[in-house]
Structures are given as C-alpha cells and as structure tokens.
Design a binder for this molecule. Sequence first.
Ligand code: PRX
Length: 630
Amino acid sequence: MQINSFEEYQRNYQLSVDQPEEFWARIADNFLWKKKWDKVLSWNFSEPNIKWFEGAKLNITENCLDRHLAENGDKPAIIWEPNDPQKDSITLSYKILHEQVCRFANVLKKNGVKKGDRVCIYMPMVPELAVAVLACARIGAVHSVVFGGFSAKSIADRINDAQCRLVITADGAFRGNKQIQLKEVIDDALIGCPSVEKVIVLTHTRTPVSMLKGRDIWWEDEIKLVDTNCPAEEMDAEDLLFILYTSGSTGKPKGVVHTVGGYMVYAGYTFSNVFNYQPDEVFFCTADIGWITGHSYIVYGPLSQGATTVIFEGIPTYPDASRMWQVVEKHKVNILYTAPTAIRSLMSFGLQPIEGVDLTSLRVLGSVGEPINEEAWHWFDENIGKSKCPIVDTWWQTETGGIMISPIAFVTPTKPSFATLPLPGIQPVLVDEQGNVIEGNDVSGNLCIKFPWPGMLRTTYGDHERCKQTYFSTYDNMYFTGDGCLRDVDGYYRITGRVDDVINVSGHRIGTAEVENAINMHAGVVESAVVGFPHDVKGQGIYAFVIFPNAHGDEDLTRKDILQTVTRVIGAIAKPDKILFVSGLPKTRSGKIMRRILRKIAEGDTTNLGDITTLLDPAVVDEIIEKAKK
Ligand code: PRX
C-alpha cells in the first residue's frame, strides 16, 4: 500500500475519487479482520451518518500486536526515553508489549470494565500509557485520554460527559524540572464524578498519594493477580474505539468519537505512506498521547504497521536545548515528527545545541499542529535534515483521525509552509462565505471536505446534533474544517489558520469562549473577551480584555489571580499571555462584541480598524488602544 512515485500518487488519487470503495477495500485488505465487510461505505453528510466497512469484525490490538508476533515478536515496539537523561530508557518488544496489554486488559475486566464502558486515562508519557490505551481496545472499552496539563475541573467535565466507569492514572508525572501531582488532580476531580467506581494508580514519581479504600487500587498489585491470556474482543468496525475531547467555538469541549475499523485503516495507511516508513526504522513523534497526534502516530498508526515508536516523557529543553537532538542520536531515530512551536523554540538557542550531535540517522522530518513559517521550515531543513530529508508538513485535525493534506515523503515535491496536496481519498474544496465552491487555482477560502474518508469522526459523544451543527451545517453536504486555506497556482494547499473562534497556542487548540468562561468565573470580573495574537514561539498567544472594576488597587496581583482561576478551571495551557483591564468592550448595538477590532488591537495594528460606526460606544476603542500601548 506504499506509494513510491508521484505518478503512482496521481494514479491512486484518481482511483480514490473515481472508485472510492474499491480503493479503500484494497487498502483495508492489508489489515487483519476476523470477518470482512459487507459494504465498504454508506454515508450522508446531512444527518450525518457515516459507516465504513460495515459488517466487518476485528480487534485493532490484533492488528497492532498479535499479527506481528510470529515474525517480529522480538522487534522493539516501544522505546521509552525518560524525562531524566541519567535514567535508563526502556525497550518493549512486540512480544512483551502484547503480554503487558493482555495482562492489563485482564485487570480492567477483573475490575468490572466491559465492552462499551468508558475509561478515562490521565497519565504521564510512560509505556504504561500505551499499555492502558491498548488494553481498553483489547476488551472493547472506549478510552478517553485526557492530557496531563488539564485541571481537575476539566477532567471532571470530561469524565461526566462520557460517564466513565474507571480512571487510570499515576501518582505523578515528571516534566522537565517540574513534577505534576496527577493523583491529587484526579482526587479533586472525582469529588464530582459519581460514575467512577475504580481508580487504578501506577507508581511513577513515588510521591505520597491518598488511596481511598474500595476505590483506589495500585497498578503493580493488580497485575500480579491476573494472567497474560486475554483473547481480543470481537468488535464491529463501527463500534467506538475512543473519545477525545477538543475545543470549539463554544465554551464546552466536545468528545470527538472515532470507531474501530475506519480509524485503524486510515491511521495505518497514512503512517506508512506519509513518512515512507521502512521496516526496522525508528519513528519518533514528539507529541503527547493525550492529543490526537499521539493517538494516531505514537500508538495506533506505527504499531499497526509493526514499527518501532519512541515515547518521550520529557520536553525538548530539559535539561537543555539539545535534548531532542540527543534523543535522536541515542535511539538512532529515522523519522522525526514534531511541531513548529518546538522548532521555533529550539531555533532560538542557535546552533550550539546541535553541534557534535549525530543526526545522520534521520531520513524524514515531519511537522504538525499549526502553520509552519518559512524561517522555521528552512531552519529545520538545513540544520536538522542537512537539506537531505524531505519535510512533510501534515495538515489534519482531531476530527479527521489522521493526516489529510500533506506531502508523501520522497514522492511529493515540497514547498516551504505548504501542506501541498491531499492524500488519496481526500477531496478538499475551498468555499466562500456564501457557500459557493471556489474553483481553479490561486484562490483562497474556507476549507471543506466533500467526501468521507475512513478516519473521520462519526459523532460528538452524547450529542449528535452538535456534531451536525458544528461540522455539517455551515455548508451543505460538506465537512467544514474551521480552517482558512489558499490554493496556489500549482494547486498546492496552504493552511492559513482558524476562521472560527478557536486559537492555536503551541499547536494546542483552545476555544476563546472557554477561556472567557474561565476568566468570568473570577469573582471580580464583569466581562471579558479573548482573542489570539501572533506569538514568535507559540504561533498564537492568548490576549484577554477584561472588565474588572476594582482592579486598580494592585493590577499585577489581580492578573495573577485571574491566571490562577484559568489554571483551576481549564489548566495551565489556557493561561492568557496578556491581560488588559478595560472599562468597556467594543459592542454593536445588538450587544455583540466586535472581536475583529480586538484582534487588530492585540496584533498592534490600529491603523485600519475598519468601520466602527456601528459600535454602541466608539469611544471605548480609543481607550483600549491607549491602554494597550502602555
Ligand atoms: O488549524 C489547524 C491546525 O490545527 C487544527 C487542528 O487541531 P487539533 O485538532 O488539535 O489537531 C492537531 C494535530 C493534528 C487545524 O484545524 N493545524 C494542524 N496541522 C496543521 C495546522 N495548521 C497548519 N498546518 C498544519 N500542518
């Protein structure tokens, strides 16, 4: 299923458009099914109702583990690199990983988890996180992984939304020179989560934790009580595999739902092709498993292809800015998949951290999560890839399950900061505000996809109407991505950023409404408005305009109080970079905040604010501009 020339790409692409069912059936034949499908695809985008490989039976863990055992049982499946470089790394072969997954799957069963039950996972980046994820999939439980940076309240909201029965966590996590008390956060979260019956706690940092009788149990104790024999549950292709929460325009994050068959095929196919993965290569994706990138390209994609995948617990700048490159050297990484924000941050340390580090193992470089600026692209290309490694700038989303628009390494000619061309099976269209499809090249518009692909979301958990409204109602019969995009003279796509009220901070999606709700929870805040602004390292930063009548006493302290409130409500990742106290917000006569104006002010561009005559009180704009200058 690997594409090896541009001509082959074109042929495959055409086939995928002309005969999508034949195309995807042929790809799906490369996977292990307990029973093949009756129908490849049935769909409509109006309800929406999307089914891939209907009638097929499988278990994704048999594809990620069992099928590799006979020939590649001793091959490394996971290489774990700890936060502290002085500590030993750990390698798990496919055989060992299979054993650990089966054993832990039995622990879940013993603790009452059944097919279809939801399990929340809140863990550090350790091999046991992958084991926990795969153990859920083994028995047909639906995992909902929550990134370690979210607050107790965020976790509680997610647990309650999915009605999780069990939580898997650890005592704590190491991140650079910090320790995060994961179990303590879970304890706070669970005060308001009646659906949770059991909490399995892995020891990792060995910080003291409270263990509640009847509810909390140790991972290490539990695995001693079960054996390693756990036949894989037979799943329908359209059974739920996981829920992953992501931010949108409204205040409440939504649980994006992916199903077993289509997701597996799409994650595996895109992994194998985009990165041109070769047997015995080491693949290193620097994302956290708490995000979709980690789900698809640390766990499911690589393992489904029998690859060796690196799990890195630490951060690129600890103990110093050479760490990521050291990891590449140490584990002879062949494919490095990272985010523009990491590249920009490491760029700022100059070339010294790379000096003397052997990066010759690298063959392919990848970028994901946000637009990559040309400067960062060239720096990555010249200094890391030594101008020999193709860079795949991969555009996709939590909702798409896998990479959508991207070069295929060694196949698609690249162009800095362009995601280039759609992968086979993906039919992008650009649409204007009125919903007209924009034909031709050298144009820009809102990016939509007009035909289903196996990895797409099926619903938003517990609220199908929301899925319909968010993605399928803006434009008829199309999936709306929320991104703006241009198609250049060569037909190459360049993603220009979100066109909705979502901001992308260091590759993390954050809804402005979510941050506003959090700020407004502070007792002294009357109202707030949040917008994104260009940030040298993070891509976008968070700028909050806040009406806080009594902030005059000690503005700095009040700012810190607000940051603390946001940290409590969402998590540290949503803390505003700038907070400006204002006496009013620019509103139309109907009471709508004119964010366009605030965005301009946040960008520091106040020369052309556009028409402000419709504002209720235009004077407020001058006041904000004055304050923002200080
Ligand atoms: O705006 C796009 C941006 O990230 C959004 C998706 O975020 P999330 O669901 O968290 O998934 C991130 C990892 C797949 C998109 O709507 N984005 C993602 N990749 C790129 C990108 N923007 C520009 N170029 C990319 N390569």
